[in-house]
Design a protein around this ligand. Structure first.
Ligand code: C2E
Ligand code: MG
Ligand code: MG
Length: 638
């Protein structure tokens, strides 16, 4: 591809070169010809005009001598000058062109013969010899008109002069250069036309997958909308976004990510019909335009089919990769007045499908817009809530299973909105991340947890650690180490009392900087826990690089332990893995007594869950800690 482009470029350079040389050559030839014609014209015209005037002066002097008004010397001078002029015209090489004019040479010969014949008579003529003078005059006089004519011709029709000699040579050169110009010009135009057609094609298609790109898709939408209006038919739009593509890209590398996109595009292309267009809008986002007979059922079926096709794993550079997608569906004109608006609606539906776990596609409905508007409104309220301390923290104990003592508490965010009531922390976090509030919110949580921890210590309660959760944007975009260090100092908290929880997924989002960020936190002296472990894509080699102390097994593996023997095997292998990496294991979501028994038996060190305690406010935790001081252990949900 690149070689071909080089060749095309080379060819273009050659053609432009030939064009330029031809143009310069043609210009030089033309100016050379003009110059030479001008020179010839000037010299010849001048010589003939001199002859004409000398002949006139000679005949006039002859008449005057005949009348006795001029002396003999003056006549001889004019005769000699006339002879000289004629001689120049007859022999001078610069006057060849004049001699070549029709009848010129004969005229000169005739004049020369006359001069020779009358030389003696002119020299012998005395002033006043009227008859003799008249005789000589009559001999020369008839030649005056033809000489005058020659003079006029050579002066006013310069291209007659030299046409026979110079021009044939010029014509060949000029013709050749014109041919060169014509040929190179034609090739140039053809190349430019071809190149611009190719560029247009490239500008409208995605380089990687060959699918129409966003620009082309927008054009398709425009035409399709005009047709749909005219035919009064429907159009369907699907927006598809791959799930976890970034993680795959980061884990397996960008080349593998590209290969995956090519394969995904191929699968999409193969599973749509002739009246369906697939485009790649950018990144891992695709769009589908459905024409023909369209209704919601057909679009949803297509969405399902696309998801099914994706769900078959694909081989990428020796790895079996499974990818899923979130799809939003919207219909024109049912959901929107224009196809552009339908695309926005499909995007909203896709966004909400992505937010809902276990949902692959969604059809747009107007309530979705309201949901998004609510999110925007909530983001404004959240900004206020952070500043005015309307948020709060609950704390959930982590129990050492062997001793049943509270080892630490996890701070969990709570927001009771005055109008909308309780808003789950995951939604709060996602709003904060979307509306650029991650730094403020995370710092608020760390600061509040530090303050509370210091208060408990000052009350002389049993020493327990405080765990806080860190959101992905705080981890990836902001100076987490700097924030933690500053807040520890500000509230005078012992770094060893703090545990930072980061989800496995979050560490994967920034796979290159992760070890560095966690190392920075470790250097401050804080403990690190890998949250929701088992749900992400991290590899053993990635895990080995992370200086964490705890793995928190995601509650989805714990909650169904008695029904799902595979979960127990999974937990067993995580405990084995943690042992070999010298990490502690916490099981999240322990709700049932038998979960606790199973986990204890498998050698899990810590547990957290409703069985021991739900997340509680600070006062309730204080009571639990006081009871523990008195020897009462936390074994039942309170
Ligand atoms: P997480 O860090 O895994 O926190 C544990 C979640 O499991 C908490 O949900 C907790 O209430 C819930 N849980 C604990 N024991 C049980 C149980 O036995 N059964 C069940 N079904 N659930 C249990 P919560 O408080 O709704 O928080 C959900 C997630 O929101 C947290 O998951 C964490 O990822 C995030 N989150 C909560 N607070 C914060 C915060 O302050 N900052 C950040 N960045 N994320 C937070
Ligand atoms: Mg957590
Ligand atoms: Mg968790």
């Amino acid at each position: 591809m690149r070689g071909q482009q080089g060749l095309r470029f080379g060819l273009l350079i050659v053609v432009v070169g030939v064009f330029a040389v031809s143009a310069v050559f043609s210009y030089l030839r033309h100016s050379e010809t003009s110059e030479s014609l001008a020179m010839v014209h000037k010299t010849s015209a001048w010589a003939v005009s001199e002859l004409d005037s000398e002949l006139l002066k000679f005949t006039q002097t002859l008449e005057l001598v005949g009348l006795g008004a001029r002396n003999q010397e003056q006549l001889i001078l004019r005769f000699d000058l006339l002879w000289a002029r004629l001689d120049i015209l007859q022999t001078g090489s610069e006057n060849l062109e004049v001699r070549n004019l029709a009848g010129a040479a004969e005229l000169f010969d005739q004049l020369m013969t006359l001069l020779q014949q009358h030389e003696a008579a002119v020299f012998a003529l005395q002033p006043g010899e009227r008859q003799q003078a008249k005789k000589i005059f009559n001999a020369f006089h008839p030649l005056q008109p033809p000489v005058r004519e020659l003079h006029v011709d050579s002066f006013y029709d310069p291209y007659q002069v030299g046409l026979d000699t110079e021009l044939p040579v010029n014509q060949v050169g000029f013709g050749l250069s014109m041919l060169g110009l014509l040929l190179s010009g034609t090739v140039l135009v053809l190349l430019v036309v071809r190149e611009s057609a190719r560029n247009r094609l490239q500008a409208l298609h995605d380089d990687l997958t060959g699918l129409p790109n966003r620009k082309y898709f927008n054009e398709l939408l425009r035409y399709s909308e005009i047709n749909a209006r005219y035919q009064q038919t429907r159009r369907g739009l699907l927006v598809i976004d791959l799930d976890n593509f970034k993680e795959i890209n980061d884990t397996l590398g960008h080349a593998a990510g590209d290969e995956l996109l090519i394969k995904v595009a191929e699968r999409f292309r193969k599973c749509v019909g002739p009246d369906v267009d697939v485009a790649r809008l950018g990144g891992d986002e695709f769009a589908v335009l459905v024409e023909g007979t369209v209704d919601n059922h057909r679009c949803v079926q297509l969405a399902q089919k696309l998801c099914d096709r994706l769900s078959h794993g694909m081989e990428i550079r020796g790895n079996q990769v499974f990818i899923a997608a979130s799809i939003g569906v919207s219909l024109y004109p049912d959901d929107a007045d224009t196809l552009d608006q339908a695309l926005i609606n499909a995007d909203i539906a896709m966004y909400l499908a992505k937010k809902d776990d276990g949902v692959s596609y969604r059809s747009y409905d107007p309530a979705m817009n309201a949901k998004l508007l609510r999110r925007r409104e909530l983001s404004e309220h959240l900004r206020q809530a952070i500043v005015t301390d309307q948020l709060s923290l609950n704390y959930q104990p982590l129990i050492r299973l062997a001793s049943r003592q509270v080892e630490s508490v996890e701070a969990l965010l709570r927001w009771h909105h005055p109008e909308y009531g309780y808003i789950p922390p995951l939604e709060v976090i996602s709003i904060a991340e979307q509306y650029d509030l991650a730094l403020e919110l995370n710092e608020w949580v760390i600061a509040s947890a530090c303050k509370q921890s210091v208060i408990w210590q000052s009350l002389g309660l049993p020493q327990i650690k405080m765990a806080v959760n860190i959101s992905p944007a705080m981890y990836a975009k902001h100076d987490l180490v700097g924030s933690v260090s500053r807040l520890l100092n500000k509230y005078g908290m012992d770094p060893e009392q703090l545990v930072i929880e980061v989800t496995e997924d979050t560490t994967m989002r920034d796979i290159e900087s992760s070890p560095g960020i966690l190392k920075g936190l470790r250097e401050l002296g804080v403990d690190l826990a890998l949250d929701d472990f088992g749900t992400g894509y991290s590899s053993l080699s990635h895990l080995k690089q992370l200086p964490v102390q705890k793995l928190k097994i995601d509650k989805s593996f714990v909650q169904d332990l008695d029904n799902e023997p595979r979960d127990l095997r999974f937990i067993r292998s995580i405990i084995g893995l943690a042992d070999s990496l010298e990490l502690e294991v916490v099981a999240e979501g322990v709700e049932q007594q038998h979960d606790f028994t199973d986990l204890d038996r498998e050698g899990c060190t810590f547990g957290q869950g409703y069985l021991f305690s739900r997340p509680r406010d600070a006062a309730a935790i204080e009571r639990i800690l006081r009871e523990q001081q008195l020897g009462q252990l936390l074994t039942h949900a309170g």
